[in-house]
Design a protein around this ligand. Structure first.
Ligand code: SF4
Length: 74
C-alpha cells in the first residue's frame, strides 16, 4: 500500500500486515497531516495541498507548500 497512487509513498504490504495496522500506522498519519508549511493556514482542515504535486515538483511533501497554493490563508 502507498499513501497515494500518484507518487512513491510506501506504507506497507497487505500480505504481511492488516489494513487496519497500515492505515493507523505512524507513517500513514504523517501523510495525513500534510506538509508543515500548511500548519496555521485557515484552510488546513480541508486542503493541505496535494502531496503528489509537491513531490513531483522536487519538493518535500512533508515540509513544503503545494506550488499551486494561492497562498496561506490566516
Ligand atoms: S491553501 Fe495553501 S497553505 Fe493553506 S492548506 Fe491549502 S496548500 Fe496549504
Amino acid at each position: 500500500m502507498h499513501a497515494c497512487r500518484k507518487f512513491p509513498s510506501y506504507l506497507g504490504n497487505l500480505h504481511r500486515r492488516s489494513l487496519w495496522d497500515i492505515y493507523w500506522s505512524e507513517a500513514a498519519e504523517v501523510y495525513r497531516q500534510g506538509p508543515s508549511a500548511c500548519r496555521g493556514c485557515r484552510l488546513y482542515a480541508v486542503c493541505r495541498g496535494c502531496l503528489a504535486v509537491i513531490a513531483t515538483h522536487g519538493l518535500n511533501p512533508f515540509e513544503d507548500r503545494d506550488p499551486f497554493c494561492p497562498g496561506p490563508v490566516s
